[in-house]
Design a protein around this ligand. Structure first.
Ligand SMILES: Cc1ncc(COP(=O)(O)O)c(C=O)c1O
Length: 477
């Protein structure tokens, strides 16, 4: 159906077509996927869905016309500020981690414009494990991302490297609690100390950990302080749509106080229409994700999160132990929450992923980066808890099967040609030819290992250009 239907279609017809459309989507409710979805069960899902419908047509553009929006947001921000122990902290509801991070960087940039106008080319210092959203913010906002290497054993931000990266144009430091790639918590206290010494802002990316880590701490786990109690922390992002298990489109960015948050806001009365004042990126917006986040967190409640936190933590530790016991596999850093990465020796991680896919599991590849080898990421969530042992059994089997498969030929062939490629001179045809050579002609093959192996060896400028070209083609009606 790529043409608008001439006659309007009935509800049944519409719903049945949409069911057909999603026939090939990931079957995430079976507890077999370790990325993309954070699933706390059918009742939480049902409540989230119902509430999304209740608030889909209203408009958050103007919370004085729809005061329920203000109420919902203030409730969520109050809960979040208390959760992150920020007395006087003030936040904004956003559509996701990326928007929260973009806004935190914008706030830092606009504050610097006001208070340090001598800085023409602002910079932020972040570890190589900080989420790609910071690079997106850098690209969107004209703030340079100055990257530091992490400690090669712990995969945590290196404080000496952070200090060394600070220059006269630095406006912001970044830490993760935890980082997505390796699931470890940066030394936030040390970063806070450096931020204070240099009079800089410090953003803590708690997109994955902000909500669940405090529950883990209350369960008796050792969780280092990463919140507003740490001197120097000035803002924190925290997603509801990850480890608070709410429908997608739900995050928060919090600042230590309202005065700092004000740099994030935008107002415009410089046109012929209605005056605009926006807290975040969107202007007109539904209340679906906001109300659903409110509903799901109140449905699960304090006790529900304590229970989920205990269960996913236990499952994570057992998974890490079981993976370390499989010949050739090793977890790269002990998980501090419920995500981690593992690498493989003598066998391709990309074949392991394909073999696991054949056995019904979804695990995520992470490409080689500098000295850090390619590896497999796992985000453990409540739906996975009862599948730990079957997963480990299948993984052992998949590793054996993957050992027998040839790997790396295409990548090696391409590697030889890489030196002569100048990305800036390549056009869409060359990119498409390249993708076809790597095995992705019309769409993607079922077995992704050959393509992943090629992507794994490409310099980032080339792989980014290829991906953009691929997406540009993918979205063709
Ligand atoms: C640590 C971290 N920060 C930021 C993000 C970006 O969040 P989103 O995908 O909701 O935009 C993610 C996503 O996985 C993340 O893991």
């Amino acid at each position: 159906m790529s043409e608008l239907s001439k006659k309007g279609q009935g509800r049944e017809e519409i719903l049945s077509k949409l069911e057909q459309y999603r026939a090939d989507d990931l079957a995430w409710r079976d507890g077999h996927c370790f990325a993309y979805v954070y699933d706390a069960g059918r009742e939480a899902e049902r409540i989230g869905r119902e509430v999304m419908g209740m608030f889909s047509m209203e408009n958050g553009l103007d919370p004085t016309t729809f005061p329920s929006f203000k109420r919902l947001e203030n409730d969520l921000m109050g809960i979040s500020a208390a959760h992150l122990r920020g007395e006087g902290a003030a936040g904004t509801f956003t559509s996701g981690g990326t928007e929260s991070i973009i806004l935190a960087v914008k706030t830092a940039r606009d504050r610097a414009r006001a208070l340090r106008p001598e800085i023409a080319a602002p910079e932020m210092v972040l570890a190589e494990t900080a989420h790609a959203a910071f690079h997106k913010a850098a690209a969107y906002l004209g703030v340079k991302a100055v990257m530091t290497k992490v400690d090669p054993v712990t995969f945590k931000a290196d404080l000496a490297a952070t200090r060394a990266a600070i220059g006269p144009n630095t406006i912001l430091l970044v830490g993760s609690a935890p980082s997505y790639a390796h699931g470890v918590i940066d030394p936030i206290r040390g970063l806070g100390q450096i931020a204070l010494e240099h009079d800089l802002l410090l953003h803590v990316d708690g997109c994955v950990g902000g909500w669940l880590l405090p529950f883990m701490r209350r369960n008796g786990e050792e969780v280092p302080d990463f919140d507003f109690t740490v001197p120097g922390v000035t803002s924190i992002s925290m997603d509801f749509h990850k480890y608070a298990f709410t429908p997608k489109g739900a995050s928060v960015v919090l600042y230590k106080d309202k005065a700092l948050r004000a740099y994030q806001f935008f107002a415009c009365s410089n046109w012929t229409g209605y005056t605009v004042v926006n807290a975040a990126v969107q202007s007109s917006k539904s209340g679906s994700a906001l109300a659903a986040a409110w509903a799901v967190i109140n449905h699960l409640g304090d006790e529900g999160y304590l229970k989920h936190a205990a269960e996913v933590r236990k499952a994570t530790l057992r998974l890490a132990e079981g993976i370390n016991a499989i010949d050739g596999l090793s977890v790269m850093a002990p998980p501090e929450m419920c995500m981690f990465a593992f690498k493989a020796e003598g066998v391709s991680v990309f074949h392991i992923i394909d073999e696991m896919k054949e056995r019904g599991w979804l695990i995520q590849p992470q490409m080689r980066f500098g000295d850090i080898p390619e590896n497999i990421h796992m985000s453990v969530h409540p739906a996975n808890v009862e599948w730990v042992e079957p997963f480990l059994a299948d993984l052992a089997d998949a590793v054996e099967a993957a050992r027998g498969l040839p790997s790396g030929q295409l990548a090696a062939m391409i590697q030889d040609q890489l030196a002569s490629i100048d990305v800036s001179t390549l056009g869409p045809e060359q990119f498409s030819a390249f993708m076809a050579m790597a095995g992705a002609g019309e769409g993607l093959p079922v077995r992704m290992a050959p393509i992943q192996e090629v992507m794994n060896i490409l310099p980032s400028a080339l792989s980014e250009a290829l991906l953009i070209n691929f997406f540009n083609d993918l979205f063709t009606p």
